[in-house]
Design a protein around this ligand. Sequence first.
Ligand SMILES: *Cc1c(COP(=O)(O)O)cnc(C)c1O
Length: 223
Amino acid sequence: MRVEEKWQAVKKQIEQASLKSNHPVTDVTVIAVTKYVTNERAQEAIDAGIIHLGENRPEGLLEKQQSIIGQAVWHYIGTMQTRKVKDVIDHVDYLHSLDRISLAKEIQKRAASPVNCFVQVNVSGEESKQGLFQENAISFIKEIAGYDKVRVVGLMTMAPNTKDQKVLRQCFKNLKALQVEIQNQHFEHAPCTELSMGMSNDFEIAIEEGATFIRVGTALVGE
Ligand SMILES: *Cc1c(COP(=O)(O)O)cnc(C)c1O
């Protein structure tokens, strides 16, 4: 199926989820995660009008950027190795995986201008998952207050790999509660108004629970 067709279907799902949650559809930014697909397929997404693209490896990001024709906003959604920061940080519009001080330090050292970052939180507590534990997120954010190249625009999580809707919903609810708690502290460097949550299998629930960025690969650009 062409990306354009898949996009129409995803849009309908977003509309329905937004209706249920009383959020305007326009509050949700859709990121097409192109990490598994060709440059041509990513171009199809751009041509369909999806301008936000997500990659999870430095090489993939740089390659897609060279190939894409047209305006795009670039999201880095995977683990960022500290030694790779210098190669890609100035090519990234949003980093979804800020999860440690050493990474913040490296961004501070290497970035030419402030980087929009999501602090990645391991809400489910699974050992296999990246991210800070919920209880450490606020102290982490306080600790990076002096880093003027790191701007915390929001929180990001990956839900557990389960079909259990209750578990997924609770995970998103927890992230939302933490985001509101941080937003209410009015940190200058961490407005923390955004929530990056929801992938192909769970983005409708994520939207119902307040997602403002969803990261959709398979459902949007999968072959
Ligand atoms: C791969 C990936 C996605 C997209 O996954 P799909 O299930 O294909 O939609 C979203 N977020 C992150 C962090 C990913 O690594």
